[in-house]
Design a binder for this molecule. Structure first.
Ligand code: TYD
Ligand code: MG
Length: 454
């Protein structure tokens, strides 16, 4: 058996360790400073050299409020973050160029409910450009310290001097450090610099926001590697219009179900506090075929969204599904269920599905409305107007209960929908009166179609 090594060569000048003796320390460059040191002694001396010797403590003794929140001043951001900006946390904000990452960081810097300083580091824009944006947004920014550099050697001393409570880095792609290699802009540079900044923030009780560019298809080679280093990952998405959706892909401090909804306007990002009607289309009279309204959950909110379907004979020998807002696998499954249980021939047709307002919907409760839109599109029969639909559809054609059905009914009623077609309510939910004639509880796709297309 190989004997385990019990000593290292430690530099007496900088503490760097090497497994083999060298004439010159590769870290600090001093000559003849590497000294053979027993491993345990090396560990102990390193521990006592540091001021903060890490110590464990019983879980029962941990103060849950240790890292407290700072309100960002932007309620939609707080919602996605899980309550506010956690002290000693790092948040990655990803999104395509032009989506509004810099605007969000600047607005947060201006609005955050703290008396502390905020350092805004930009490697992308000049101070003048940022000032122009700030003017447009009506931000005076007395407590915002600007630094236009991507060099970590410039940034860290500024942080040491300013002692900010919030640090904005715009963006991680512009960070570099001579220590991490000669070429700026590599993944290695980005990881090294982000790691140093995250450490700085955690050691100094600050919160760090890192903006990161993401390509069109949402895949990011570089920033993806940062995801495990940060506490929270937010992605900014855009629909076809002015709306912007902020979603959490990872959140150590809250749910990842919540989304923040903004519109980008003249004066920057505006919050959309009541988005329940944002995805509806104002329509008078009878609906065109292929249109259904779904009551879906997005985090803690119910949204009413218009689902649009179009079914045309397949152009090729293979029929296709075109749907980017609702997973096309889900569309195919619902179409197959309709074909099997209602004899609705869809398999030789191309199917197009869209969501008004460009919202991406992943919630399972959209399935019954999707089925209704497809049925309506294929048969040419319109759905009744002012009707909201919710429900999951099983492969056996059953309509399955969905979470918080009563909440969906309530929102639909508030928005003056006259009918609600959904699953039998969960036994736990007793708020909806079963005698309410405007609420139709259906158990399978056949009975749903009977109610909707009488
Ligand atoms: P920006 O925050 O620069 O995006 P990112 O940092 O993600 O690249 O914002 C980009 C877009 O937003 C830009 O096209 C201009 C637009 N915008 C407005 O429409 N109104 C405004 O008040 C601001 C500041 C930007
Ligand atoms: Mg930017």
């Amino acid at each position: 058996m190989k004997k385990q090594k019990t000593f290292v060569y430690r530099c007496s000048s900088c503490g760097h360790e090497e497994p083999k003796w060298l004439g010159r320390c590769p870290d600090c460059g001093e000559w003849n400073t590497l000294i053979e040191t027993a491993l345990n002694a090396a560990r102990n001396s390193r521990a006592s050299a540091g001021k903060n010797i890490p110590q464990s403590l019983p879980l029962s003794a941990v103060d849950p409020h240790e890292g407290s929140w700072i309100k960002s001043g932007i309620a939609e951001l707080d919602r996605v973050l899980g309550g506010g900006i956690m002290r000693r946390s790092a948040v990655l904000v990803g999104g395509e160029p032009g989506i509004g990452k810099s605007t969000l960081l600047l607005q947060t810097a201006a609005m955050a409910e703290t008396k502390g300083r905020i350092v805004y580091v930009s490697g992308e824009e000049s101070a003048g450009q940022i000032k122009m944006r700030a003017n447009r947004l009506g931000i005076s920014g007395e407590r915002i310290e600007m630094l236009c550099s991507g060099n970590l050697d410039d940034i860290l001393p500024i942080l040491d001097a300013a002692k900010p409570v919030i640090i904005m880095i715009d963006s991680v792609q512009t960070l570099y450090s001579p220590e991490a290699g000669l070429v700026p802009g590599t993944v290695n540079q980005m990881k090294f610099c982000s790691f140093e900044l995250i450490n700085w923030a955690k050691e100094h009780d600050a919160s760090l926001f890192l903006a990161a560019h993401v390509t069109k298809d949402g895949i990011i080679a570089g920033p993806k590697t940062l995801e495990h280093m940060v506490d929270t990952v937010l992605y900014f998405e855009q629909n076809d219009g002015d709306s912007r959706f902020l979603r959490a892909a990872k959140n150590r401090f809250g749910s990842v179900d919540e989304i923040g909804i903004f519109t980008m306007g003249e004066r920057g990002l505006q919050m959309v506090e009541d988005p329940s009607v944002l995805f509806l289309v104002n329509r008078e009279g009878t609906l065109p075929p292929g249109i259904a309204t779904a009551a879906v959950l997005e985090g803690s909110r119910t949204l009413l969204v218009e689902i649009q379907a179009l079914v045309v004979p397949a152009k090729g020998s293979i029929s296709r599904v075109f749907s980017d807002k609702i997973d096309s696998g889900r569309v195919s499954r619902v179409a197959a269920t309709l074909e099997k249980h209602l004899n609705l021939r869809l398999s030789d047709h191309d199917v197009y599905v869209n969501v008004a307002g460009g919202m991406r919907i992943a919630e399972v409760g959209v399935e019954l409305a999707l089925a209704a839109a497809l049925y309506s599109a294929k048969t040419g029969l319109p759905l009744p107007s002012k009707t909201a639909i919710a429900g999951e559809l099983s492969l056996a054609g059953e309509v399955r209960p969905v979470r918080r059905n009563a909440g969906r009914v309530k929102t639909a009623k508030n928005l003056s929908f006259e009918q609600f077609v959904g699953p039998n309510p969960d036994t736990g939910e007793t708020e909806t009166s079963p005698k309410d004639a405007s609420i139709h509880n259906v158990t399978d796709i056949k009975s749903a179609v009977k109610v909707l297309f009488k």
